[in-house]
Design a protein around this ligand. Structure first.
Ligand SMILES: Nc1nc2c(ncn2[C@@H]2O[C@H](COP(=O)(O)OP(=O)(O)OP(=O)(O)O)[C@@H](O)[C@H]2O)c(=O)[nH]1
Ligand SMILES: [Mg+2]
Length: 226
């Protein structure tokens, strides 16, 4: 099982300096910084410090993930946000859990042993609401359907129709893996606060985009071969 760690960045110069040195490169087979067009020195710092950087062609978090998938050599793709919200210590535990045969493993902030220092009352309620909705609609039992910190089998991903281009991408992945009846696991993680930079998620817009995506998933069948 070959693993690729995709580190998503968009103007995260302060965070990458603090977080990337804590990632041990031998935890995974390949690491790629997927950058959305940073102009604050993120790309330069990463390259100067030996990280492979892939600058995506079109804008958007999900778009970046879909583009990197085409060049990643791993059978397992791991999504990691380079803004300080992902504690690297969870990476080897995600790899271990994937080895048990799961198709998708989420680093959960809300299962036993999980926690978030980054939540506000609004984001916590939003996470709970959308996770509950996805569990009811797609017969799943996520405690955290939204965290972008996760690992999945690339072949399973490619059989689905995951087409969200923005920050709704991880949640769509959760919905479709559940819809397809794939094997889903979770492990606890402790989410630290974002480090510097500016938050890209906007509660109202992201909430609306999530609702739109969920409605699309209710009515749209999965591709035949999945
Ligand atoms: N490659 C790439 N990364 C992005 C893009 N948009 C956001 N990101 C990164 O994706 C991660 C998540 O974005 P955030 O702005 O922190 O959004 P969030 O995590 O939902 O918001 P918080 O609750 O504040 O953490 C960060 O590491 C961003 O730098 C993009 O268009 N392309
Ligand atoms: Mg964040």
């Amino acid at each position: 099982m070959k693993t690729t760690l995709a580190i998503l960045t968009l103007n995260e110069a302060e965070a990458v300096r603090r977080v990337l040195p804590k990632i041990q490169k031998d935890w995974v087979d390949e690491t790629i910084v997927v950058d959305g067009g940073s102009t604050d020195g993120t790309i330069e710092w990463c390259r100067d410090n030996g990280w492979r950087v892939f600058v995506q062609k079109k804008r958007g978090y999900g778009q970046g993930m879909r583009e990197v998938m085409a060049i990643a050599s791993g059978d397992v793709i791991m999504e990691f946000m380079g803004d300080g919200n992902c504690d690297p210590i969870t990476i080897p535990r995600l790899v271990e859990k994937m080895k048990e045969g799961y198709d998708l493993v989420i680093a959960s902030r809300y299962c036993a042993g999980g926690a978030s220092d980054d939540d506000t009352p609004v984001t916590r309620l939003g996470n709970w609401m959308f996770t509950t909705l996805i569990n009811i609609l797609f017969r799943a039992s996520f405690t955290d359907a939204m965290n972008g910190y996760r690992a999945y089998r690339k072949d399973r991903f490619l059989q689905l129709r995951i087409d969200e281009g923005g920050l709704t991408f991880p949640t769509q992945t959760s919905a479709q893996f559940a819809k397809a009846g794939l094997r889903i696991g979770e492990i606890p993680t402790h989410e630290p606060k974002r480090i510097g930079g500016v938050r890209k998620a906007k509660n109202f817009q992201t909430g609306l985009a999530l609702l739109r995506m969920i409605i699309k998933e209710i009515f749209r069948p999965l591709p035949n071969h999945s």
